[in-house]
Design a protein around this ligand. Structure first.
Ligand code: HEC
Length: 188
């Protein structure tokens, strides 16, 4: 019994130490896992925040491209051509060679007496036609701005310094749509 009595406290001490270590280890493990979980959640949230920021940045970067694409799409329907382009495609048919007595492009002698009429009058004549000069150079699809741009381009080649109205380019196309939508609202 004495040996058993002697062994009993020994075993209890060992068990106590093991229990103590185990008791410390188990909650330690739990605490460790909780901390890991919290860090993990925080990390996930940080990633989410980064992703949101990154996405916002990407959207911002994509935005202008999207606008341009939209403008190009509607622009395919109608974008005002630059004066130079209109002249090359339409007006030069007569104005390059002076057909039907058209004032030649860059011919200061031919344009000289016409320029003092003023830009607005010349544009009006080009839009509605004058004598052998057909309305809109014979292309009714040209807009006023396109014709005005062509007049400025041709007249400026002959020494004028007319400022053509801004052609409604890619950027102006959505604004044009917005203006169309806004029009009824303005009238009310
Ligand atoms: C079919 C031939 C023809 C084409 C195409 C043509 N023109 Fe002309 N244009 C003329 C002739 C001819 C005149 C001279 C008219 C006159 O004063 O007797 C003229 C004159 C003009 C004048 C001077 C008008 C004035 O009051 O003195 C302008 C500006 C002009 N053209 C602009 C244009 C523009 C812009 C285009 C293209 C969009 C164009 N023309 C295409 C034949 C043409």
């Amino acid at each position: 019994m004495s040996a058993h009595d002697h062994d009993f406290p020994k075993t209890t001490v060992t068990q106590f130490v093991l229990a103590l270590l185990g008791g410390l280890f188990a909650p330690g493990l739990v605490i460790f896992m909780i901390i890991k979980m919290v860090i993990g959640i925080q990390a996930t949230h940080l990633v989410d925040a980064d992703a949101a920021v990154a996405e916002a940045k990407v959207v911002e970067r994509i935005k202008p491209v999207g606008e341009v694409n939209l403008a190009d799409a509607s622009g395919a329907a109608h974008v005002d051509k630059a004066g130079e382009v209109v002249v090359k495609e339409v007006c030069s048919a007569c104005h390059a060679i002076g057909a039907l007595g058209a004032p030649k492009i860059g011919d200061k002698g031919a344009w000289g007496p016409r320029l003092p009429q003023g830009y607005d009058t010349l544009v009006k004549h080009a839009i509605s036609g004058i004598r052998q000069m057909p309305a809109r150079g014979g292309n009714p699809e040209l807009t006023d701005i396109e014709v005005a741009g062509a007049v400025a381009y041709m007249a400026n080649q002959a020494g004028a310094s007319f400022k053509a109205p801004e052609p409604k380019a890619a950027e102006a196309a959505p604004a044009d749509d917005a203006a169309k939508k806004a029009e009824p609202a303005k009238q009310k």
